[in-house]
Design a protein around this ligand. Structure first.
Ligand SMILES: [Zn+2]
Length: 249
């Protein structure tokens, strides 16, 4: 952790109302020692920033990508990912977190983005035209949010990635690319192992796309319950995530 600039940032923090200090370089944020970098990886349809935090050890070869709120009304994991960000420094993994993939949907508490597209049906693998709640967009990657995730995942090429959802209460450990990790995560995060089929057959999901384009890596969709407790979201789940790939804090 570099210590330069801490005094300056603290001085500014004293004279500005809370929330106006933007940690453009989180390396000087003494309150969040786990954060080593903050980056804007794209923008939503309505121009909201899609932000990524880098936590842990950048030199670790164990690269991880965690995605929250791809469906804007599934807000539980955002608390979990913030708890990961806000705790002590993390060692043993290089973890990138995109807490809110769908910031427009998050702002309005809707599943879809501002163009009413379900981003988890807008990826190219198995994409098909669909409407209603699972509106897949006018074509694969028609939406800036899914394009931002594609670009970012391709750039960092994580060895592990988790896409967090609600409320189906379980982990699908089939075809994750790393069954040992999947079973470990399922046990630690206290969710039953079960098969999810997206109501009939999945199409155009992040997991399908990632699996095809990063075949050496592992991907898991985690479905939390409808109303997890704060204890679960802010203590149990963050610890489970770290333990699943033997990272510590
Ligand atoms: Zn979802």
């Amino acid at each position: 952790m570099k210590s330069f600039g801490v005094a300056t940032v603290s001085a500014i923090a004293l004279v500005l109302p809370l929330g106006l200090v933007s940690p453009a370089s989180a390396a000087v944020d003494e309150k969040r020692p786990a954060v080593v970098e903050t980056r804007v990886i794209g923008h939503s349809v309505n121009g909201r920033a899609i932000t990524a935090w880098r936590l842990g050890s950048p030199n670790s070869s164990k690269k991880v990508l965690l995605l929250g709120a791809m469906h804007g009304n599934e807000r539980g994991a955002v608390k979990t990912l913030r708890a990961l960000r806000d705790g002590r420094a993390i060692e043993g993994a290089d973890i990138w977190v995109v807490p809110v993939v769908n910031p427009d949907g998050y702002a309005k508490n809707t599943r879809q983005n501002a163009r009413k597209v379900d981003l988890n049906r807008n990826f190219s693998t198995g994409w098909k035209r669909a409407g209603g709640a699972v509106n897949s967009g006018r074509k694969a990657f028609s939406e800036p949010e899914s394009r931002a995730i594609r670009r970012f995942a391709d750039e960092i090429d994580p060895r592990y990635t988790i896409s967090f959802h609600q409320p189906l209460n379980g982990i699908d450990i089939r075809e994750t690319g790393n069954r040992a990790w999947a079973k470990r995560l399922a046990a630690q995060i206290r969710l039953p192992k079960r098969a999810f089929d997206c109501f009939s057959k999945c199409h155009g999901t992040y997991s399908m796309w990632f699996r095809k384009h990063h075949p050496q890596s592992a991907v898991i969709t985690v479905e939390m319950t409808k109303n997890p407790s704060n204890k679960y979201l802010e203590r149990i789940a963050p610890r489970a995530i770290l333990r699943s790939f033997n990272a510590t804090r």
